[in-house]
Design a protein around this ligand. Structure first.
Ligand code: SF4
Length: 373
């Protein structure tokens, strides 16, 4: 029975993108096939481990039209904090998992659900002395004192803002209030982070469940990065769930999710400003999903190019398609010893020259014209 509960709550948790790859086979690690519903692989990500990823409960008082937990189908169940902590501890002791991702639907009310999550984490930390990674989900309407309590036990908190504005939330839920239930809570999490009580926090948006544009998503993301210590944004392309009001709606294009992840990188890692990124938006307020957004931005901003690789700053180099943060640093390091004279040298520094050629000035000349794109 416990395995069935874990499987049902693992499937429900897999709709959350903030951690792990869904349903991977772990045969090589000796993990039974039935466990892949709640064991997720996060190697290569900031968690860099296998997570047990489950909901505490999948019975929800809210009515989000896209959500698996608000559907009428499937097994509705919950785990007590003792059951959850014991299950995790047993998986961890066998080496199947090294971290926990714990979320929940809102069962009864937010305070009761948050209490269950906090108690699970407390048992793990205090009774089982677990020192590894714990990611806890802050639910809509969670009281401030409970957010601070969660921060005591978690390495990371997250709260899914879901959509870029209250109008869009209104299309999807009749029970949640955008400012009070979501934004205000996100700002409280930010406060916990700024007080040093928390290592990091993230958020997630669902794409295509409402009719939000990429412009609105970009506006929201950049506001959050400028005004909070948000670590990163996750995206989840809408896919219809049976027995929900949106079961007949078309699934969102996966390329949109990919493009918005690239935009997120440009904002966080490459130092692009929102107004620069906006140059790549089309008339309908969306990006083209057929072209790398960094190339689209460069093509719409020709005055910034060509960039002279032998004297440009790191910031200027990062604007060139085909040059990432590591390569920009490498170029600066290499050119201190010897100036760049050839495409071959740039390739050695890690530049993707096919992309960069139209945007760089090398040894007194341009390698390709921007118009050749
Ligand atoms: S509050 Fe969360 S779990 Fe509940 S219906 Fe909405 S998205 Fe689903």
């Amino acid at each position: 029975m416990l395995l069935k509960k874990l499987q049902a709550l693992g499937i429900a948790a897999s709709w959350d993108s903030c951690g792990g790859v869904k349903h991977k086979s772990f045969r090589k690690a000796g993990i039974p096939a039935g466990f892949s519903y709640f064991v997720h692989d996060c190697s290569g990500t900031s968690e860099d481990c296998r997570l047990m990823k489950v909901l505490q409960s999948n019975k929800c008082v809210h009515d989000c039209k896209y959500c698996f937990n608000s559907s009428h189908g499937g097994m509705k169940t919950e785990l007590s904090p003792a059951e959850l902590a014991k299950s995790f501890s047993s998986l961890a002791s066998k080496g199947f998992v090294q971290g926990l991702f714990l979320s929940s639907a809102v069962t009864g009310n937010a305070e009761r659900s948050a209490e269950q999550i906090i108690e699970s984490a407390r048992i793990l930390r205090e009774k089982f002395c677990f020192r590894g990674y714990i990611h806890l989900k802050v639910l809509p309407e969670t009281p401030r004192w409970q957010i601070f309590d969660m921060a005591r036990y978690a390495d990371r908190l997250s709260l899914n803002i879901e959509v870029p504005s209250k109008q869009h939330l209104h299309e999807l839920s009749s029970t949640k209030d955008y400012y009070n239930d979501l934004e205000k809570r996100l700002l409280w999490i930010d406060k916990a982070k700024r007080k040093g009580l928390l290592r990091s926090f993230t958020t997630q948006l669902i794409l295509g469940a409402s009719d939000e544009t990429d412009f609105e998503v970009l506006e929201k993301m950049s506001w959050l990065y400028e005004n909070t210590a948000l670590h990163r944004t996750y995206f989840s392309a809408f896919s219809p769930v049976k027995n929900t009001p949106l079961e007949n709606k078309t699934a969102e294009n996966a390329a949109r999710e990919h493009t918005l992840y690239q935009i997120d990188w440009l904002l966080r890692i490459y130092g692009f400003q929102r107004d620069e990124i906006e140059l790549a938006l089309q008339h309908n307020g969306n990006f083209s999903y057929a072209i790398d957004p960094k190339i689209a931005i460069a093509l719409n901003n020709p005055n910034q190019f060509p960039v002279d690789v032998n004297c440009a700053s790191e910031k200027e180099l990062l604007k060139v398609p085909g040059i990432g943060p590591r390569t920009a640093r490498k170029i600066i390091e290499m050119r201190e010893k010897r100036k760049f004279h050839s495409i071959k040298q740039l390739k050695e520094a890690g530049v993707i020259t096919k992309r960069a050629q139209s945007f760089i000035w090398l040894d007194g000349s341009m390698q390709r014209r921007i118009t050749e794109w």
